[in-house]
Design a protein around this ligand. Structure first.
Ligand code: GAP
Length: 483
C-alpha cells in the first residue's frame, strides 16, 4: 500500500488536501492524472447505468423494458429530509476518547487502530491509557443556511446522494415518460464526519457516491434485487478486478440497516486488509418502501411485530412529519396503486478508483534498449480507465521527427484520445514514465517513418511492437481501446 500511495503522490494521482498547511485528515485532492482516472470510472458507471443501459434486459425470465434516468441534486437539502430518512436520529457511530493521549477512536475499530503513545500499541493497552465509555456521535456535517447561525437555519451536508432521488420521485414520474420498474441514478459528493478516517481514500470525510434507486412492484422486488446484485458484481470483474480478490457477500440479518430487508456487499481484498478480510466497494440493498413512505407519512420505526409504523411523540403526533405528498404510483394498465419497493446499488467512486489503482499496480523486470534488465513499475489499468491513452515520441529531436510526431499527436487529440507528447530523455526512460502511469500505447516516430510514413506502436502489457501507417493510427488505437 505504501508503494501505491507514494506513486499516487509522485505522479499526480492523489494529494493530501491543503498539504502545504500540513493537510486535513480525511480529505484528499485528485491530481491531474487522478481526476482523469476517477472521471473515467464515473463515466463508465454512468454509461452502464444510464446512457448505454439496454432497456430490455431480462431480470427474471421474461424480457422487460425499463427506463434509467439521471439526476443531479443539491448537497444541502431541507433539514426535514434527514429527520424522515432516519439519519438525524440514527446515523451515528460510537467513539471512545483517551483522557491521557487525547486520541479519539471509533469504538468498533479499536482492535485495529494504533494509540498515539509510543511504543505503538492498541488503544487501552498502555498502563497510562484512560479510555472513556463509548459515546454516540452523529456523522452528519452541520452547517447554517442564511445569515443567522441559529438552530432555525441549521442544515446538513448530505451523507448520501440517495435522498435527493427519493424526494424527486414524484417530479420524475410527473415529467418523464417512465413506468415502474425504472431507475434514477445520481453521482455526486457526500460528506461524513468519520471518527477515524483511514486507509488512504478508503474512509474519507468527503467522497463521491454513484447511486441507483430502482423502483419496482413489491412482488417483483426479490428478482430485481438479485438482478442488480449480480449485475453490479459483474461490472467490477468486467473492468479488471480479479475474481479471487472480489467477493459478493450477503449480510446476515443482524447486519442489516434499519430500513433493509436484504443487502449484499461487493468487497475487494485491498492491500491494507488483513489476510481473508475485504473492504466494501458497494452495497446493494433491498430497501422495501421505507424511504418513499417516510417522506410521505413521517419517520418510520419498526413496531414489536416488525411492521414499519410512523414514530409518534408524547402527544401522539408524528415525531418527524413527512411531506404529506402522495408518493404512490398508479399503474394504468393493471389499475393498481402501490408504493414502489426500492433496490439500491450504492457504490463509492473513490473506493472503486482506489481498487482499480491497487489492482493496476505491478512490478516486473524488462530489458532496456541495450538489453540490460531494468526494474519496471507498471499500472495495468483497463484501457477505458487509463488517464492517458497514448504517448507520442519522436525517437530523436532532429531530422523532422518532432514535427511529424506533433502531427500524429494532434490527430490523436483531435479524435478525442487523451494523448501526451514527450521528446525528453532516452526512449527507454520515456517508455518507463508512461508505464508508471498506465498509458496503454506508446507511439514512436523514427527514421523509417520519414521513409514510409509508418510509426511503431508498443503495447504496455505485452511489450509487443508493430508498425502501422500513420494515416491509420487513429483507427488502430481507437479500435484497440474499445476492444
Ligand atoms: N445510500 C446508501 C449508502 O450510502 P453506504 O454503505 O453507507 O450506503 C455506500 O455507502 C458506499 O459509499 C460504500 O459502499 C462506499 O463505497 C462509499 N462510502 C461510504 N462511506 C465512505 C467513506 N467514508 N469514504 C469513502 N467512501 C465511502
Amino acid at each position: 500500500m505504501d508503494k501505491i500511495v507514494s506513486l499516487c503522490k509522485r505522479r499526480g494521482f492523489l494529494f493530501q488536501s491543503s498539504e502545504i498547511y500540513g493537510g486535513l485528515n480525511g480529505f484528499w485532492d485528485y491530481g491531474p492524472l487522478g481526476v482523469e482516472l476517477k472521471r473515467n470510472v464515473k463515466d463508465a458507471w454512468w454509461r452502464d447505468m444510464v446512457t448505454g443501459h439496454d432497456e430490455t434486459l431480462v431480470p427474471n425470465g421474461a424480457p422487460q423494458a425499463f427506463n434509467m434516468v439521471g439526476l443531479d441534486c443539491t448537497i444541502i437539502m431541507h433539514p426535514q429530509v434527514w429527520k424522515c430518512s432516519g439519519h438525524y436520529d440514527l446515523f451515528h457511530d460510537f467513539m471512545v476518547d483517551c483522557r491521557e493521549c487525547k486520541g479519539r477512536f471509533r469504538a468498533d475499530h479499536i482492535k485495529s487502530l494504533d494509540c498515539p503513545l509510543k511504543p505503538s500499541k492498541r488503544p487501552g493497552e498502555h498502563d497510562k491509557c484512560q479510555l472513556t465509555d463509548p459515546r454516540e456521535f452523529n456523522l452528519m456535517f452541520k452547517t447554517f443556511v442564511g445569515a443567522l447561525a441559529g438552530e432555525e437555519g441549521a442544515a446538513f451536508l448530505r451523507p448520501e446522494t440517495a435522498q435527493g432521488i427519493f424526494v424527486n420521485f414524484k417530479n420524475v414520474c410527473d415529467t418523464q415518460r417512465v413506468r415502474v420498474p425504472f431507475g434514477i441514478c445520481q453521482v455526486g459528493k457526500s460528506f461524513r464526519n468519520e471518527i477515524t478516517p483511514r486507509n488512504f481514500t478508503f474512509r474519507s470525510r468527503e467522497f463521491e457516491q454513484m447511486e441507483l434507486e430502482f423502483f419496482c412492484h413489491p412482488s417483483e422486488s426479490p428478482a430485481w434485487y438479485k438482478y442488480w446484485r449480480d449485475r453490479r458484481y459483474a461490472w467490477y470483474l468486467k473492468h479488471g478486478l480479479k475474481s479471487e480478490k472480489l467477493i459478493l457477500r450477503e449480510h446476515d440479518k443482524d447486519e442489516l440497516s434499519h430500513y433493509s430487508c436484504g443487502t449484499a456487499d461487493v468487497e475487494y481484498a485491498f492491500p491494507f486488509c488483513e489476510a481473508g478480510e475485504y473492504g466494501e466497494l458497494e452495497g446493494i440493498a433491498h430497501r422495501g418502501d421505507f424511504d418513499l413512505r417516510s417522506h410521505m407519512e413521517g419517520k418510520l420505526v419498526k413496531d414489536e411485530a416488525g411492521n414499519l409504523v410512523v414514530e409518534k411523540n408524547a402527544e401522539g403526533k408524528p415525531r418527524h412529519p413527512g411531506s404529506g405528498k402522495d408518493l404512490t404510483y398508479f399503474d394504468d394498465q393493471t389499475r393498481e396503486r402501490f408504493v414502489p419497493h426500492v433496490i439500491e446499488p450504492s457504490a463509492g467512486a473513490d473506493r472503486a478508483t482506489l481498487a482499480f489503482l491497487c489492482e493496476a499496480y505491478h512490478e516486473d523486470k524488462q530489458p532496456d534498449e541495450n538489453g540490460t534488465m531494468q526494474e519496471r513499475t507498471v499500472m495495468k489499468f483497463h484501457p477505458k480507465f487509463a488517464p492517458v491513452k497514448a504517448a507520442v515520441f519522436p525517437l530523436v529531436k532532429k531530422n523532422g521527427m518532432p514535427e511529424f510526431a506533433l502531427d500524429v499527436y494532434r490527430d490523436l487529440k483531435a479524435a478525442g484520445i487523451a494523448t501526451v507528447f514527450d521528446q525528453q530523455a532516452a526512449i527507454g526512460k520515456r517508455y518507463r514514465r508512461q508505464d508508471e502511469i498506465g498509458t496503454p500505447y506508446c507511439i514512436t516516430v523514427d527514421g523509417q517513418t520519414l521513409e514510409d510514413k509508418t510509426v511503431t506502436i508498443r503495447d504496455r502489457d505485452s511489450l509487443e511492437q508493430w508498425r502501422v501507417p500513420a494515416a491509420k493510427l487513429v483507427e488502430e488505437v481507437s479500435t484497440r481501446l474499445k476492444g
